[in-house]
Design a protein around this ligand. Structure first.
Ligand SMILES: *Cc1c(COP(=O)(O)O)cnc(C)c1O
Length: 362
């Protein structure tokens, strides 16, 4: 049993001035601005995890032969810190992110960071940079833990030096002008994951592979792309970075089963909340034909996507070269909105958290 990491704190002597920070927090957008500090921890086989440091946010110095730049041995996580009315700061199920980070690390032959150290890293950064957590509306501080092969070596094997880091970025409401359904493009040429591949790991490479399909979606006027399975091109998997849910006219809710998809923490929370609201929730395969036919006949009344960044997002339509199918009346459906509100109420502390999901940072 190794002792948990102690984080050395090296505070930023020239943080962003309060007036400028206030300007940023008034309109943060997403992923554009970063808080005053970051965390880094190094791993080597000899020393294990060491050199845990909280330091001023700034560039990493990367040798051109750093392994991650060539072979993409990299994983990441994403979660949010929320400010409550009383000023306290909370995160949502960070231990679930810690566990998933370990599963991703295992798949990418990276060392597993003990959950306790992952959680300490998050709390250390968020509490030092607590003034960067915006207040009001659906705003938050988006926290991005990541790990990469930092060894300088061009040989092909798992790296013998690895860096873990955490950065934080204030985020505005995903829907600044009210919840608006997204349109989805069906990718027929590209897939994102195959059995035995890396689809269930949260690694940067999965995203790199999805960008061309996302571009194709944009060219067809769609907001997001949906991927089918790699073998039969028939079973619905997920979007580039969000899981999918289908609401049926008898109240039943269906989500694609695990395997090649990413196991979303929001996906799981929706399962629990929807069950408690009285919905029968089923994990099973759903074919693209079932989606089209059932949306057309009205058997499927609502479809929504879910993930940390966008919470729950109604899907308004599905488009492909064969044409367009509209979900329900094309608007945000009542089941989607009810689950969305319940989840947000728990996250912002407006409803009692009966699940033990919220973690108080400071
Ligand atoms: C992160 C991610 C999700 C959503 O997961 P959450 O834990 O709910 O944020 C869904 N799909 C992919 C491919 C992802 O990378």
């Amino acid at each position: 049993m190794t002792a948990s990491l102690e984080f050395r704190k090296q505070l930023n002597e020239s943080p962003v001035p309060a007036a400028r920070r206030a300007e940023i927090l008034a309109d943060p957008g997403f992923g554009k601005y970063f808080s005053d500090h970051m965390v880094t921890v190094t791993w080597t086989p000899e020393q294990g995890w060491h050199d845990a440091t909280l330091k001023p946010y700034g560039p990493l110095t990367i040798d051109p032969a750093t392994a991650v730049l060539h072979y993409a041995q990299e994983i990441f996580e994403g979660l949010k810190a929320y400010r409550r009315e009383d000023g306290s700061i909370w995160t949502f199920r960070p231990e679930a992110n810690a566990a998933r980070f370990q599963r991703s690390a295992h798949r990418m032959a990276l060392p597993e960071l003990p959950a306790e150290d992952f959680l300490t890293a998050l709390d250390t950064l968020v509490s030092v940079d607590r003034d960067w957590v915006p207040a009001g509306g659906e705003t938050s501080l988006y926290v991005r833990p990541f790990m990469f092969a930092s060894e300088v070596f061009l040989g092909v094997r798992a790296a013998r030096e690895v860096t873990f880091s955490v950065i934080a970025s204030p985020a505005g409401a995903y829907f600044s002008k009210g919840v608006k359904p997204v349109s989805i493009w069906l990718s027929q040429e590209y897939t994102r994951a195959a059995v035995g591949g890396t689809g269930a790991a949260k690694c940067g490479g999965n995203y790199a592979g999805s960008l061309l399909a996302q571009q194709e979606a944009s060219e067809h006027g769609c907001d997001q792309v949906v991927f089918l399975d790699a073998v039969e091109h028939r079973w619905v998997e997920e979007l580039g970075g969000m899981n999918l849910y289908f609401v049926y006219d008898d109240g039943q809710i269906v989500t694609p089963e695990l395997g090649t998809i990413l196991e979303g923490i929001t996906r799981h929370a929706v399962q629990v909340i929807a069950s408690d609201m009285g919905h029968k929730v089923e994990e099973r395969r759903i074919s693209i034909d079932e989606w089209r036919d059932s949306a057309h006949s009205g058997r499927i009344t609502e479809v929504f996507a879910c993930g940390t960044a966008a919470v729950l997002t109604p899907v308004g339509s599905l488009r492909s070269p064969e044409g367009e199918v509209v979900m329900g009346d094309g608007g945000a459906g009542p089941v989607t909105m009810a689950i969305r509100e319940k989840l947000l109420d728990i996250q912002y502390g407006r409803a009692e958290d009966g699940y033990g999901w919220m973690h108080k940072v400071c």
